[in-house]
Design a protein around this ligand. Structure first.
Ligand code: GLC
Length: 636
């Protein structure tokens, strides 16, 4: 129960609401109270109670100022708690300026998104960043203003409203781990204000930074080595995991939590429906560790998620934790955090494995890795994607590689080389990102088209189309929300002029963030063209997916054993009937034993993607064409 002295902190803020609305707030506070306060005690000890009281105030203020139509949306979402998990969900991610110039421009392109079946739109950072290089907007100077070249806060609200009217949920980043050196908190810290110095990790000398760095990996070893930066004005070292102008905030200080609680409800009240918690893995530091994935990260998320459930339940959380497979599932909730943290998380493992199977022409290590993933909680939903705005880090687990007799380090190296086109026979034309000579680690940049073979000459065109379809079929057929990275729906290649914009020269992730080519988009209806083939194949996947209840995100995906080394088969178990995704990851014909499909429960199988029967020869084998991708279900 909510102690009455804390509950009373809400009263003045709710006073002007109707009895009914006040009552709803009380119910939510009651329901979510335990989830909100339990982690606070672990995080903040004797400051927990006062922090809880301040959170009640934040929740009440936000609730009282939430527009009526968003209260309606809350009601809708509470009535359909699985809205994110339904097979009709399809996502798209882009930079507003690179896609359509401005926020108003995005509104004018809604028709294009609807054609693709989009119901979820992630606009890359658009809150006011620092001037100059700002890591694609991930160095926020002011969370309450929009980049002036894109529009205003009012334009953002209008866009969210327009999208909502079209059945599209707006997704925005909340950069949680750091702010720009130019953010007001950092400005005040630099001016010597103690309250704000405490918002950051500040050290007078190298003693603590050196101790931390013994176990800290570097995120950008090429252009931002080390994790601490000396600041002359601060006359101290400050923690900077990413660039020197991105200052990590100190989440061990409850004042920081309150600030972000306020920012989250501000964005929610503009109509943002999904908040992408950027770089969340890094938010809690612990000496002697890599300072990622600490238990407290999940406690913090639980507090903020509970707050949102009270103030603005239509808004959900997406964890951006690009971490190893075994650290990933806790972001959707494991142990005591089940159902209490993020609703969505990036399926980084699936993304890596899709690229892995295509380069290796072998599905064995992917089967091992995907089968070894811990169970996901029933309301947890994966963001399934082939590419995003970031590089690909080759998160192949040593244990998964070893299980199929491979060496993890060598295999990661092979993948980085393959996708840079540096292995004989490779059709990929990507770029090496952050070559770390100390660890041997290399990552990869490139659009889906450049990585999958479209730049490797005419003879690779047909196989590239087949590979891209296969890759997208895997992503759309896994059961989370498939999210297409802007330009990939038209098979746009890397931007050859990526380095020409000031501030981008050292960061080749800009190669795979091209401006949408609207001339190319004009060919999307013409099946004789590459953009037409690729765009229409995504339209097809979205349509078929929407009518398969088996692809509801709550249906557990199981990798099937007993298939050919070149074939990946994934079953989904759902009350509406079984589903088996079958993918030949090689460029040659491969056999599949029909009894594998029967054993998964499909008696009379058809391929829903091609509308044909799945039949075997007298030997019980079905032959799969090169790069075949089938979604096998029961004939109706
Ligand atoms: C996330 C973003 C990435 C950015 C980093 C720092 O990983 O996806 O683009 O560089 O956070 O904010």
């Amino acid at each position: 129960m909510v102690p009455s002295r804390l509950r009373a902190r809400a009263d003045p803020r709710l006073a002007r609401l109707t009895t009914q609305r006040r009552h709803s707030f009380d119910i939510r506070l009651d329901v979510w109270w335990a989830d909100l306060v339990e982690p606070l005690a672990r995080l903040y000890g004797e400051r927990a109670e006062e922090t809880a009281a301040r959170l009640v105030e934040v929740a009440a203020t936000a609730y009282a100022s939430r527009p009526d139509e968003l209260h309606d949306l809350d009601e809708r979402r509470l009535n359909a708690p699985d809205w994110l998990q339904r097979p009709g969900m399809v996502g798209y991610a882009c930079y507003a300026d690179r896609f359509a110039g401005t926020l108003a421009g995005v509104g004018e392109r809604v028709g294009y998104l609807r054609e693709l079946g989009v119901t979820y739109l992630h606009l890359m950072p658009l809150l006011l960043p620092r001037e100059g290089d700002n890591d694609g907007g991930y160095a926020v100077a002011d969370y309450r203003h929009v980049r002036p070249d894109l529009g205003t806060v009012e334009d953002l609200r209008n866009l969210a409203t327009r999208l909502r009217g079209e059945g599209i949920s707006l997704v925005l980043d909340v950069v949680l781990n750091h702010v720009a050196r130019e953010h007001e908190w950092a400005v005040r810290a630099r001016a010597g204000q103690k309250r704000y110095r405490d918002y950051f990790h500040v050290y007078p000398d190298r003693a603590m930074p050196d101790s931390f760095e013994e176990t800290l990996p570097e995120v950008f070893p090429d252009f931002a080595p080390g994790s601490f930066t000396w600041d002359d004005e601060l006359t101290a070292w400050v923690w900077t995991t990413f660039h020197e102008w991105q200052w990590d905030v100190n989440w061990a200080n409850p004042d920081v939590l309150i600030e972000y609680a306020d920012i989250i409800t501000f964005l929610a009240n503009l109509g943002v429906e999904v908040l992408r918690l950027d770089a969340i893995a890094f938010t809690w530091k612990r000496l002697g560790t890599d300072c990622q994935n600490q238990r407290e990260v999940h406690d913090l998320t639980q507090v903020l998620r509970s707050l949102a459930r009270i103030a603005c339940p239509a808004t959900v959380f997406k964890a951006e934790a690009i971490v190893g497979p075994r650290d990933l599932v806790p972001y959707l909730g494991t142990g005591s955090h089940v159902g209490k943290v993020s609703d969505l998380a990036y399926h980084n493992s699936l993304m890596v494995q899709v690229w892995n199977v295509l380069a290796s022409r072998d599905a064995r290590s992917a089967k091992q890795a995907l089968a070894a993933l811990p169970m996901t909680p029933p309301l947890g939903t994966w963001i399934c994607y082939l590419r995003c705005h970031d590089d690909i880090g080759w998160a192949i687990d040593d244990r998964d590689a070893a299980a199929v007799g491979a060496d993890g380090w060598l295999h990661r190296r092979f993948l980085a080389d393959w996708y840079a086109g540096a292995v004989p026979g490779s059709w990929a034309r990507g770029l090496v990102f952050q070559d770390n000579p100390v660890t041997g680690d290399r990552r990869t940049s490139g659009t889906a088209a450049s990585l999958i073979g479209f730049d490797a000459g005419q003879e690779e065109l047909e196989p590239s189309l087949a590979r891209l379809f296969l890759a997208h079929a895997l992503v759309y057929g896994w059961g989370g929300i498939p999210v297409v990275w802007s330009g990939d729906e038209l098979a746009q290649s890397d931007d050859p002029e990526w380095m020409c914009e000031p501030g981008h020269e050292d960061d080749n992730r800009w190669a795979h963030r091209p401006r949408l080519d609207w001339v190319r988009a004009g060919e999307r209806g013409d099946l004789r063209t590459v953009p037409g083939k690729v765009f229409q194949s995504l339209v097809h996947l979205a349509r078929v997916r929407a009518r398969l209840p088996q692809l509801h995100a709550s249906a557990v995906a199981t990798v099937l054993a007993g298939t050919d080394d070149g074939v990946l088969a994934v079953a989904k178990h759902h009350a509406s009937g079984p589903f088996v995704g079958i993918y030949n990851v090689t460029g040659s014909w491969r056999p599949l034993r029909l009894d594998v499909v029967h054993a998964a429960g499909v008696v009379d199988p058809v391929n829903a993607l091609g509308d044909h029967d799945v039949t075997a020869g007298p030997d019980g084998l079905v032959w799969l064409a090169p790069y075949a991708a089938w979604w096998v279900v029961e004939r109706r």
